[in-house]
Design a protein around this ligand. Sequence first.
Ligand code: SF4
Ligand code: SF4
Length: 137
Amino acid sequence: MPWVSQELCTGCGLCVSQCPVDAIALTDGAAVIEEAECIRCGICHDACPRQAVRHDSERIPQEVADNLRWVRGLLKHFDQPDDQAAFIDRMRRFFTKERKVNEKTLAVIAEAETNPDAALEAAIADLTRSGGEASGS
Ligand code: SF4
Ligand code: SF4
């Protein structure tokens, strides 16, 4: 999802007026995008004269740091080295699962360039069926 650099934004409001779903508001003189409302159209990115609307990929370091802060906060609940090691292993498995979910999603999306709605519907039906079979076995 696009995001707004609060340092670069001048609060001119151009992106607010062009967003087709009113997902941007001016707060304390700068634009803020409401993630739940944004449809990822990219119009705000093209509209901003200050390059204040930034790409998702620039947030990777911050999101990794957020993940590590979360893991570190949970780690405080475990005092013993063995318990800490077991917890770290559970976290390793959790993030491995997240990676697999994203890799599978990416693979389906990459195959869906032609007639994407039908391709996505077919993939969802297939995954729902195989998920049901897996949970029922
Ligand atoms: S990407 Fe599109 S929907 Fe999302 S905030 Fe920008 S203009 Fe609005
Ligand atoms: S167009 Fe750019 S500078 Fe203007 S309010 Fe939007 S993000 Fe800020």
